[in-house]
Ligand binder design. Structure first.
Ligand code: FES
Ligand code: FES
Length: 203
């Protein structure tokens, strides 16, 4: 038997299934039954306390809830954005105990009582955080979707001492993607904020 035969055989088998479906034969009940057998009941909600922007928040969550969903869906802090949901774009970046984390990859249940800072926790009343002001000054955004993540990561970048040059900033901000390509303004804003404040503190 040649590989060509196998390919033909597979093709014909596939065609037969398609033909049955086209003839109105319902193939789904078997799939549905199999799926039902595999269905796992949802786990019981978990009571937990998140410390967000200096305030304790009591929540009852599915233990599988990510920190990002807890912030956006349960605490209505929608400044942190969901881009990829896979840890690849940085739109969901927040600070945890002053360090940057991608909140789509963190389970809320595992960060209980850690100090979480989101973009909503940066300004002091009417006064913007120095890096927020620098983003406006330097046009560090276009659509703005990535901006909260860029700013949170930028604060961490400065505090880590990785804002010494445009090249260094680009390298240490490489986990934050901007689809609008506003990188020039982002780098300039981080440089400005680092120069002005020495070390910019989050929260
Ligand atoms: Fe978290 Fe993209 S949404 S890294
Ligand atoms: Fe649009 Fe960055 S400003 S994705």
């Amino acid at each position: 038997m040649t590989s060509y035969d196998v390919t033909r055989r597979e093709l014909l088998a596939g065609t037969a299934v398609t033909g049955l479906a086209l003839a109105g034969v319902n193939l789904m009940p078997d799939f549905a039954a199999a799926a039902a057998q595999d269905e796992v009941p949802a786990p019981a909600p978990l009571d937990l306390v998140l410390r967000v922007n200096g305030t304790e928040q009591r929540l009852s969550l599915d233990p599988r809830t990510t920190l990002l969903d807890a912030l956006r869906e349960h605490l209505h802090l929608t400044g942190s954005k969901k881009g990829c949901g896979l840890g690849q774009c940085g739109a969901c970046t927040v600070l945890m105990d002053g360090k940057r984390v991608k909140s789509c990859l963190s389970l809320a249940a595992l960060v209980e009582r850690r100090e979480i800072t989101t973009i909503e926790g940066l300004a002091q009343g009417e006064e913007l955080h120095p890096l927020q002001a620098a983003f406006i000054e330097r046009d560090g955004f276009q659509c703005g979707y990535c901006t909260s993540g860029q700013i949170m990561a930028g604060i961490a970048c400065i505090n880590e001492g990785h804002a010494g040059s445009p090249e260094e900033i680009r390298e240490w901000m490489s986990g934050n993607i901007c689809r609008c390509g506003a990188y020039e303004g982002i780098v300039a804003a981080i440089q400005d904020a680092a120069r002005v404040t020495g070390a910019v503190q989050g929260g």
